[in-house]
Design a protein around this ligand. Structure first.
Ligand SMILES: Nc1ncnc2c1ncn2[C@@H]1O[C@H](COP(=O)(O)OP(=O)(O)OP(=O)(O)O)[C@@H](O)[C@H]1O
Ligand SMILES: [Mg+2]
Length: 276
């Protein structure tokens, strides 16, 4: 038996403003609460409401749930909306890094969608690390392909390596619907374990997917590539470059220099469970 059995709270009514995280030992709720306290509020972070009488962490409830959940239950948002989400995830991450916190679990499971569907808010700092002195990826949190290969992380000497790499994967997926993250359970690819394993093996060989600049513009192609190669000093720089790429893309798209990148994207099958 695990030393700390998980206990679920009774389901709350949708009208309640608070969302209580599944109950776990108080120390976990306390540590995650400490992270929210340390970094302070930000528009791109879930709003922390404190710790309740049951010792569970309480956040403001976001009715749309995670991006993953949203994508499986809604028509695909247009490219500009998904790109805006990516920019906001990066800004949320940048806010953490600015306060000396490594998120360590960046994924579409741990990013929420605003009520109007237009914005993304990051959450789940249960695996976060305060003031990392060295690159400290943990193999028990973000699953591959979000997980940065260890040799790649240590070779870079970049203390934010796990976050930057995972953000590149999230950006690649949300912008283009292509691997690696499409292979995560629930989003087109779980059925093909071989392909999934091949993506992970490719990462270990330092082969990362790319965006086609003719479809997404030079700026997006470059910033995602730089993300996989851990070239950004931190999430703040990554966020600035993504914001710049979106600005350039919008200009080029409105001039008719770039096609709609969504043409020829496959739909996500809607028969899959939510992730953790
Ligand atoms: N504020 C919120 N409002 C609505 N749904 C939420 C909210 N926060 C999280 N969720 C949903 O609950 C899921 C689980 O929450 P969270 O990611 O914090 O916990 P976890 O993955 O179980 O935790 P950990 O990684 O610490 O073990 C999320 O993936 C998301 O779908
Ligand atoms: Mg989670």
């Amino acid at each position: 038996m695990p030393p700390f059995p998980k206990i679920s709270l009774l389901p709350q009514s949708q009208d309640e403003p608070g969302w209580a995280k599944e109950l776990r030992p108080f120390a976990y709720a306390y540590l995650e609460h400490r992270i929210y306290e340390q970094v302070g509020p930000h528009p791109c972070l879930a709003k922390c409401l404190g710790i309740n009488d049951e010792n569970a962490l309480v956040l403001r409830r976001m009715a749309n749930g995670s991006i993953q959940n949203y994508l499986l239950t809604h028509p695909r948002p247009d490219f500009a909306t998904r790109a805006q989400w990516v920019v906001e995830i990066a800004h949320g991450m940048g806010h953490l890094h600015g306060a000396g916190v490594l998120w360590n679990d960046c994924s579409i499971f741990n990013t929420l969608v605003s009520d109007d569907g237009a914005h993304a808010l990051i959450c789940d700092f249960g695996s976060a690390v305060i003031w990392p002195a060295v690159a400290c990826p943990r193999i028990d949190v973000a699953p591959p392909p979000y997980a940065v290969p260890l040799s790649h992380a240590f070779g870079s000497g970049n203390p934010w390596a796990p976050d930057l790499f995972a953000l590149a994967g999230v950006a690649l997926f949300l912008l283009s619907w292509q691997h690696p993250c499409a292979a995560v359970p629930g989003l087109d690819g779980w059925g093909n374990e071989e392909e999934y394993m091949e993506r992970i093996a490719a990462h270990e060989r330092s082969e990362f997917d790319k965006l086609d600049p003719k479809r997404f513009g030079e700026h997006f192609a470059q910033v995602v590539d730089r993300g996989f190669w851990l070239k950004h000093a931190d999430g703040q720089q990554f966020a600035r470059e993504l914001e710049d790429a979106l600005k350039h893309w919008k200009e080029a798209f409105s001039r008719g220099d770039l096609p709609d990148p969504d043409t020829m994207i496959r739909e996500i099958p809607a028969n899959v469970p939510d992730g953790g």
